[in-house]
Design a protein around this ligand. Structure first.
Ligand code: HEC
Ligand code: HEC
Ligand code: HEC
Ligand code: HEC
Length: 467
């Protein structure tokens, strides 16, 4: 036995809103051990044929009904198929296209059946761009190789005695243990990419597609089907969840700005592609009466004139808060680049694209720096304080950034628990305040900045009390 530990997750799931944010993650216990800085590197998309879930499913492989494997659980298929939880969402990804909601979206867009539309399959099925083997089936949805990489070259060797992770990676296994690589992989579908069928434009959203909310550490926990036991740590190192969160924020900024700068994805007719903007900076009520109170409030991180929709800055805000602690030498430049980008959006597309490239490069450099930074107990508490500091909370004028901040607080407290810095029992004391912060972003249409800031401040204070 590879010394499995309890990797049980428990959730508080109530439907608090239309968006994802109905589910706060509870803590789970793992063995403590030395932290290891995981080198981050964004690997190229796998260029290997995908052989299909059936190829992984043997009862001596990943298809066991109990987690009795020596090295890995071997019941991963069962986990991935979990019918009643988010852990099983990827196995349902294709099936949701056939539901009335899926078909209604496709029909509004006039693209035929959702189950055969390229616009949907890039994310709702395994994107086997380099080729499909005979056992690959579109109905399997987001199968193993969507994340782990095409197995054609490593399927028959990856379980051999004496095999190393590095050797598998050299044959096309995707290095998901590396924060940057993991974030880039998830973002392909949980934000979008320039690869075929991996972009949810505003037109798709307006046809009824749910909003896509994402944070790599929290979402990794929500779909986790492995145990980070001693054996895992020996082979791949211990996950630093704070680092994963921070690198995830940087990767998201870099992805958004890169796609915005792409001439094919960045525009829609005479408009910029609306998907990149903060939804509620357009979707508001009109208040033009003599006593109307305008929706627009000044935002120090976003120097744009009133009357203009704002680029969605949820990850910029988080990255700014993290950079102040984890890469202080780079924080001022990142803030200046983000401001310059917002300001350029009010000029013309040429200026905005040039500023987007500079901001994307800054975020990329920060992703590398975060990947190297040592982020322990002190830094984690300091980042939580940074998120709730007045410099950052002044930027919570709209829904998206606020929702991202709650996920951050939740994820960072969980990291403190998992890393053994705060006991589960004590962490429970902060739970009520975090749940109230989730409620404050539970309904995007009822979002109120002042109420949100108060709730976030209380959540941060209750975490500070655990120091
Ligand atoms: C960029 C990737 C991407 C593309 C392209 C995409 N989707 Fe999705 N879709 C997602 C993600 C991610 C979710 C889950 C959102 C969440 O809960 O965070 C989702 C959720 C959904 C849901 C809700 C599922 C549920 O469990 O209720 C439906 C229905 C859906 N998509 C249909 C479509 C259709 C139809 C298309 C094509 C027109 C499409 N999607 C294109 C990524 C994508
Ligand atoms: C949404 C992406 C995703 C999908 C789909 C997915 N995995 Fe994973 N898997 C991960 C991540 C992330 C990890 C943890 C990081 C790592 O690989 O070390 C992981 C870990 C594992 C591990 C443990 C690796 C180790 O070194 O201990 C196994 C085994 C595994 N997955 C098998 C599967 C199988 C089999 C399937 C299909 C039934 C599958 N995964 C589907 C993302 C995914
Ligand atoms: C090939 C596209 C694809 C990739 C890659 C991918 N996902 Fe997903 N993911 C989806 C789709 C589509 C859904 C929605 C499916 C549904 O509603 O049943 C989803 C749903 C989820 C959910 C459930 C969300 C909810 O609100 O219920 C989690 C958690 C999740 N993904 C985590 C991850 C993580 C972590 C990674 C990277 C390791 C990842 N995903 C990579 C396409 C993808
Ligand atoms: C630049 C302004 C702008 C932004 C930002 C924006 N939208 Fe829209 N949205 C529109 C317009 C214009 C329409 C079409 C309204 C109509 O046809 O009456 C629309 C329509 C919609 C609709 C169809 C229902 C309706 O109200 O007509 C949905 C759903 C929607 N948007 C969701 C979103 C989401 C989700 C986001 C953020 C990712 C977003 N929008 C961002 C301008 C915007």
């Amino acid at each position: 036995m590879g010394g499995r530990v309890s990797g049980r997750l428990s959730f508080v799931c109530g439907v608090l809103g239309a968006a994802f944010l109905g589910c706060a993650l509870f803590f789970f216990a793992l063995t403590s051990g030395a932290e290891r800085a995981v080198a981050s590197s964004a690997s190229a998309t796998s260029s290997y044929t995908h052989v299909g879930v059936a190829s992984c499913a043997g009862s001596t492989c990943h298809g066991r009904s109990e987690p009795t494997g020596k090295v890995v659980r071997q019941d991963e298929i069962l986990q991935w198929q979990s019918a009643s939880s988010r852990t099983g969402a990827h196995s349902r990804a294709f099936a949701v296209l056939a539901t009335p909601r899926g078909q209604a979206i496709a029909s509004k867009l006039g693209i035929g059946s959702a189950t055969s539309a390229g616009e949907c399959l890039g994310c709702h099925a395994d994107p086997a761009f380099a080729g499909k083997g005979p056992r690959w089936h579109v109905e399997d949805g987001v199968g193993c190789e969507s994340c782990h990489g095409g197995a054609q070259q490593w399927l028959s060797s990856h379980y051999a005695v004496g095999q190393t992770h590095a050797a598998n990676v050299a044959r096309g296994l995707y290095p998901l243990e590396q924060p940057r690589a993991r974030a880039e992989k998830c973002l392909d579908c949980h934000f979008g990419s320039d690869k075929p069928g991996q972009f949810v434009s505003h037109r798709i959203m307006a046809a009824g597609h749910p909003r896509v909310a994402f944070e790599v550490d929290l979402f990794s926990a929500l779909q986790q089907h492995h145990d980070e036991d001693a054996d895992y740590i020996r082979r791949k190192g211990r996950t630093n969840n704070v680092q994963l969160w921070a690198v995830g924020q940087a990767s998201a900024v870099s992805r958004a700005t890169t796609l915005f700068a792409n001439p094919r994805l960045g525009t829609d007719g005479i408009f910029p592609e609306i998907y990149f903007f903060d939804c509620h900076t357009c979707h508001r009520q009109i208040v033009d009466g003599p006593n109307g109170k305008a929706n627009w409030v000044p935002n120090p991180g976003r120097p744009i004139p009133s009357g203009m929709p704002a680029f969605n800055d949820e990850n910029m805000i988080m990255l700014s808060a993290a950079a102040r602690i984890a890469a202080p030498g780079m924080a001022a430049k990142f803030d200046a680049d983000s401001k310059a980008f917002h300001a350029a959006m009010a000029r013309d597309r040429g200026a905005a694209v040039a500023a987007a490239r500079r901001l994307g490069a800054s975020a990329g450099a920060l992703a590398d720096a975060m990947g190297r930074a040592s982020l322990g107990r002190g830094e984690t508490f300091a980042i939580i304080d940074s998120i709730s500091s007045s410099a950052i909370t002044a930027r919570f004028t709209d829904y998206e950034g606020s929702a991202q901040a709650v996920m951050a607080i939740d994820t960072l407290l969980n990291a403190l628990v998992r890393q053994g810095h705060v006991s589960q029992d004590r962490a429970r004391n902060a739970r009520g305040a975090i749940d109230r912060a989730y409620k404050a972003v539970g309904n995007s249409n009822a979002y109120r900045p002042a109420e949100f800031r108060a709730a976030l401040g209380q959540a941060a204070a209750s975490i500070r009390a655990l120091k």
